[in-house]
Design a protein around this ligand. Sequence first.
Ligand SMILES: NC(=O)c1ccc[n+]([C@@H]2O[C@H](COP(=O)([O-])OP(=O)(O)OC[C@H]3O[C@@H](n4cnc5c(N)ncnc54)[C@H](OP(=O)(O)O)[C@@H]3O)[C@@H](O)[C@H]2O)c1
Length: 234
Amino acid sequence: MSRLAGKTILVTGASSGIGRALAEQLLARGTSVLGVSRNPASLPEGVIRIQADLTRREDVQAIFQDLGCIDALVNCAGVAYLSRIIDGNPTDWEEMWRVNVMALTLCSQLSLRHFPERGGRIINVSSMSGHRVPPSGGFYAPTKFAVRAISDSMRHEIKAAGIPVQIGTVSPGFVDTPLLDLYFRGREDQLQKTRQSMTMLKPEDVADCILTMLESPPHVEIGDIQLRSSDQRV
Ligand SMILES: NC(=O)c1ccc[n+]([C@@H]2O[C@H](COP(=O)([O-])OP(=O)(O)OC[C@H]3O[C@@H](n4cnc5c(N)ncnc54)[C@H](OP(=O)(O)O)[C@@H]3O)[C@@H](O)[C@H]2O)c1
């Protein structure tokens, strides 16, 4: 039986892509999944639905208002626009910053009150773009660098405070999800070429890594997993 049977896990971004694949795999293991989305009807069957727009601080706070005990939080929600520093739209930067960085950080902070005494885990989804800036990284890559830095800061603080919570990040390369349509908006031919030139990771591949982190024994803390398709060069 999976270590995750009977546990309760909060997953943001559970309506699509990586978060959805994770929610489905958790449900199959007998885990209670609380899923966050702007549109709860889009969450998989069996998920306990929470509506929140993560760009709004009050929505993020409301997620935790009447939340009971959780064993883990997976911050999977994310937005990716190719929005350049030299001429990108600051509205796009702001949305990415709010969802990818601010909401993830606030969810992480607020979750601490909801873990049982034996402890819990927080997994943050970063990106290979949080390890090296690709030429098209724009403002997205900095948000993903921030995810890793925030996770490391929080790990230091948690250990210094003696809080029994483990923090890990997972950093995927290209994963075939709707996020890529957003990222390649206006450059659909480039997305088509990328898709033709490689077998991308599937959302389930990333979900498997997150499951490995969640299922590892309490004395094992996995800090970061980088994963790319074997076709991806950098
Ligand atoms: N796909 C890739 O190539 C790739 C590579 C590296 C890292 N990542 C990261 O992986 C994570 C998941 O991405 P994905 O590829 O699975 O993307 P996806 O299929 O587009 O899913 C994005 C999720 O984020 C949620 N979300 C976005 N804005 C939100 C908001 N304002 N409020 C609440 N929820 C919001 C969406 O929920 P609703 O729309 O239902 O609200 C959706 O569930 C992201 O952090 C992304 O940066 C993806």
